[in-house]
Design a protein around this ligand. Structure first.
Ligand SMILES: [Zn+2]
Length: 199
């Protein structure tokens, strides 16, 4: 919080390697290093766009790569299948604000939250709804908030439908429209396969 400078590295891992290799430095590529006095915030898409362009090429046409073992060329294709970040950066990547009453991108407007007046913080409870329907904790009122939990896990929803028609303008004078906690149509949606992914 007190830092006067920000550095955000964007790393790519090759995931179709054995698990004991894919996390080695040799197989991790730093594709971007975003420098600045301030964090890129929602404008991170501007920095990501050359990377997304390359990823589109790797998906649509592929690139010629030399296989040193077979001593021949082959067409290499690649895709991004998930992103890993901390929760604040998740907001910048996904376009879903992870602050306030509706901070959970899975529960959206059904997020359970309580504002604690004295500590001035929003806390998130109500996790019993994720338990199996007959779990004994659901009926246990004494150990919890005095109520039994009858709600089930929220059904999945199509995140793309939330941002599909959103007019996203990035930059200093951005006047992007806001829909609930959705703040932008993330650049990841430009990848042709992004809406087919489960995560
Ligand atoms: Zn949730």
């Amino acid at each position: 919080m007190s830092s006067r400078h920000s550095t955000w590295p964007v790393l790519l891992c090759i995931y179709n390697l054995p698990p004991w290799l894919c996390m080695k430095r040799k197989y991790i590529m730093m594709s971007l290093l975003i420098q600045g006095p301030k964090q890129p915030g929602n404008d991170i898409d501007v920095y990501l766009s050359p990377l997304i362009d390359d990823m589109k090429t790797l998906w649509n046409t592929g690139v010629d790569v030399y296989d040193a073992y077979k001593k021949e060329n082959f067409k290499m294709r690649a895709m991004i299948f998930c992103t890993i970040s901390d929760f604040p950066a998740y907001a910048n990547l996904s376009g879903y604000s992870t602050k306030g009453k509706q901070a959970c991108p899975v529960c959206e407007d059904e997020t359970n939250s309580i504002y604690l007046k004295n500590s001035k913080k929003t806390v998130y409870m109500g996790h019993r709804r994720f338990l199996p329907p007959n779990h004994r904790y659901r009926k246990n009122t004494k150990e919890f908030d005095g109520k039994s939990e009858l709600r089930r896990v929220r059904r999945g929803f199509d995140a793309f439908s939330r941002v599909q028609n959103m007019n996203t303008i990035l930059g200093k004078r951005s006047r992007t429209e806001i829909r609930g906690n959705w703040r932008k149509r993330s650049i990841f949606w430009d990848l042709p396969y992004w809406k087919c992914l489960e995560v």
